[in-house]
Design a protein. Structure first.
Length: 361
């Protein structure tokens, strides 16, 4: 059989059954006896037969293909979610067509071109990993009639609630950023902190917007006076530069530095940690430090970092469950708390050695 694609008819002849029986075995039909199934599977394995996805699509009018259009793939959270989505798709015998979009350099027309190319391939649903505000706007406004699931954060300019109300083919999911920031504020307040710095993320990311707004409200509710330092990116280097500039501007750093610092992600926390060390401050002896994302390695930072641990793999699992429900003709049945139309998955605080009660100054 070398150099020639084996057909279902050749497998049927070798196994001594009809091609319909081979099809039933391939599609996991229960209407095949164990002995016949074993005989057919042995022929399949021996001959190296692989079903033709094109032929299956013609026969069933189903491509079993999902389009995954993603931004933010330079960062831990989106990557972990994408890996989970792809793994879940394979478990359900679905194909994933992945398109990567630059977070900042694209137009609505470019977005439509990618979506149209996917539709021409017969995709049955879309999953959008849409971390930025422009991506959410484009994903909601795209000319798509098949189901779409957006993975994004709950706060921003896009009116997600209105879009979901108008179409049963749209669902939105994300991490409970707001609840996470409430947990951080309560943790620091319980330790005795009454003042803090907050390093915000890039303004066009909905995650950054949600975390900043949540921190402003939840820190105030917890009795913490907070100052915000805006950072234009998620990078540790930018956080290092901003934190260094802040420390250099203090008249008396040892007296004026707040007793706690919260960052919008773990990379920022590592940059802040370096700036503090360069200026003679130690975590948590002089200042407590909290991150967000629980990236690999932060449990071995010096000291191990207290941080929020979003369940990115579960976000991918829930996204695929939603897609499967919508592909089957049902509406999205999200059994999750809703924030501004986004079903949110909890993100617990992992307490490590980077937070402690404030020292007496």
């Amino acid at each position: 059989m070398a150099g020639k694609r084996v057909s279902i008819f050749e497998v049927a002849k070798a196994a001594g059954v009809s091609h319909q029986t081979v099809s039933r075995v391939i599609n996991h039909s229960p209407n095949v006896s164990p002995a016949t199934r074993a005989k057919v599977q042995a022929a399949i394995d021996r001959m190296g037969y692989r079903p033709s996805s094109a032929a299956r699509a013609l026969a069933t009018q189903r491509t079993r293909t999902i389009a995954l259009i993603a931004g933010g793939v330079s960062y831990f959270g989106p990557l972990a979610t994408i890996a989970s989505i792809e793994g879940m798709a394979r478990k359900h015998d679905l194909y994933v067509s992945i398109s990567i979009l630059n977070d900042h350099e694209y137009t609505q027309d470019a977005f439509e071109q990618v979506a149209d190319a996917c539709l021409e391939q017969g995709v049955e649903a879309f999953v959008f990993v849409a971390p930025t505000e422009p991506m959410v706007q484009a994903a909601l406004g795209a000319r798509i009639k098949v189901p779409r699931v957006l993975l994004t954060s709950s706060h921003g300019d896009a009116d997600i609630e209105s879009a979901i109300t108008k179409s049963h083919n749209i669902a939105c999911l994300g991490i409970d950023q707001w609840g996470a920031m409430r947990t951080i504020a309560k943790h620091l307040s319980a330790l005795g902190h009454t003042n803090a710095l907050y390093l915000a993320g890039p303004f066009d990311w909905r995650d950054a917007t949600t975390r900043r707004d949540a921190w402003a409200q939840e820190s105030k509710a917890a009795g913490i006076d907070s100052t915000v330092i805006n950072v234009d990116s998620w990078s540790g280097d930018d956080a290092y530069q901003r934190m260094s500039a802040y420390l250099n501007a203090l008249a008396d750093p040892k007296a004026d530095l707040p007793t706690a610092i919260v960052t919008a992600n773990d990379m920022q926390a590592l940059g802040v940690r370096r700036a503090l060390y360069d200026h003679g401050f130690y975590v948590p002896r002089d200042v407590s430090l909290v991150g967000f994302d629980n990236m690999p390695g932060v449990d071995n930072a010096i000291p191990p970092l207290t941080t929020i641990s979003p369940d990115f793999p579960n976000l991918g699992v829930v996204a695929m469950g939603t897609v499967l429900s919508m592909m089957g003709g049902g509406e999205s049945t999200l059994d999750l708390p809703l924030r501004h139309g986004v079903g949110v998955i909890g993100a617990p605080l992992v307490v490590r050695e980077s937070t402690a009660a404030p020292a007496v100054r």
